[in-house]
Each structure stands twice: as C-alpha cells, then as structure tokens.
Design a protein around this ligand. Sequence first.
Ligand code: PLP
Length: 266
Amino acid sequence: MTEKINSFPQVLTIAGTDSGGGAGIMADLKTFQMQKVFGTAVVVAVTAQNTLGVQKSFLLPLEMIDAQFASLAEDFHIRACKTGMLGDADHVHQVALNLQKYDFGPITIDPVMIAKGGAPLLSQDAVATVKNELLPLADLITPNLPEAETLTGIKVQDQGQYPELAHKLQDMGVKNVLIKGGHASSAEVKDYALFADGSDLWVSSSRIHTERTHGTGDTLAAAITAQLALGQSLPVAIKIAKKYVTKTIKETIQVGHGHGPLNHWA
Ligand code: PLP
C-alpha cells in the first residue's frame, strides 16, 4: 500500500474503556474526531462505569494486547499515540514491549492512577514498572499533581515546585513534561511544561468551578496527541489542547447524575 493512500492523519490510544462514554478510550476517540484525526484504539481494560463512578473493571488477556498492536501495525500509518489506564504491572510491561516493537510516532504517557471518584485504575505495584519501562519511551508525560508526586516522591506544597517535578521526571527518561496544576487549590490553574531542549512554558487559566470534569485528563492528552499527528510543535499542541479542554468543561451538557461528561461539541 502506498503512503499516499494511507496519508490521512492516524492516531492511537492505548487505554481503558468507559461504558459511560465520558473518559478513557471513549473520551479519546471523541477528541480525536473533533480534532479531525482518525482514531484507533488498543483496549487494555474494560470498565463498567457511569458518571457516578467505576463499578467494575477487567483487564484483557495479554495476548489480546499484542494482537491489537499487530493488527494496527499491519494496516495503519499511526503518527502519534497516547496511553491512559493500563491496570497493572503486567499490562504496563506488555504495552512497553509493543511500543518498542512498533513505531507509532511520538508517545504521550498520561500516567492514569486513580479516577476522580477514587477507583484505582493502576495497581500500586505497577508504579515501578511505569517508571522503569514506560517513562524511558515517553516523548511526553502529562501527570496531574498526585501522579507527579507518586512518580517523583516529591510532596508538592506550591506551584514554585513544578519545575523541580518536571526536571526529576526528565531525569527518569521522559523527554518532555507537562505538569497539570488542576488539583492545586489556587483560583488560577497553572500548568507547567518543560521541553527536551530545556525551554519551558507556563499555561494559566482561571479555575472553572464545576463538578463536571470527568475525562478532562484523557481529553487533554488526546488533543495533544492529535495536534502532534497534525504536525504542530509540542508547545502549540499543548496550547490548542488546553483551549479545547477548557471549552468542553465550560459549556456543559446534562448527561447522567454524577460527574461530567464533557461537551466535545462546545
Ligand atoms: N476511566 C477510565 C477508563 C480512564 O481512563 C480514566 C482516566 O484516565 C478515568 C476513568 C478517570 O476519569 P476522571 O478521573 O476524569 O473521572
């Protein structure tokens, strides 16, 4: 097959499903669609979930992870990919093996650990595997503050520490880092990006007071992945993605009785 035939921008999410349609692979695919890239997915986990929380989750057999990667590699030209919910150490390991085997463009790691409702999406013993096997493959990591604390062991007291967190993550092998400050208590949300060349960027936005933020992390990482596939530089991709997420939170839709989901048509 010639590259011309397979030239439409294609991206991949490697993550878990959300039966409620608000987070995980469902949020990623909606975001990809709105960013005008073709989305594909390797399903690592299936969750029984709604806007009230995660009721049950199930990790797919490892051979199904390999099979999905192989199917995509055979037919698609994937220009950028992201990871989300990976479940446990064995699944993190299997995903890392496949990411080494196939070139699916820049790799964004959203180190998903705990859902906003408190459900664990990554077992605690998998954190070491994420650090040892996944981070060295990452072009970008997008942790929120609790995830950055878990990965670095640094307790965050204020925004002045974000550069220290980002440098520590770079020391662990990640090329570029985006620290998401949404979990801080400040009126202004500040995110901090540290790039491979040592340059950095603060992105500020005023806090939107809402409960309807289910899937924001997934959506941000998916939008960045889409923009990278479209050829944007990382700083521009981050700015576009941040704007997109802010819009999806602001213009809410009333679906379900709990948190979220976001409005991707906003
Ligand atoms: N469910 C799945 C499958 C996810 O991947 C994620 C986030 O990455 C969540 C739930 C959590 O969503 P939130 O914490 O935004 O409610």
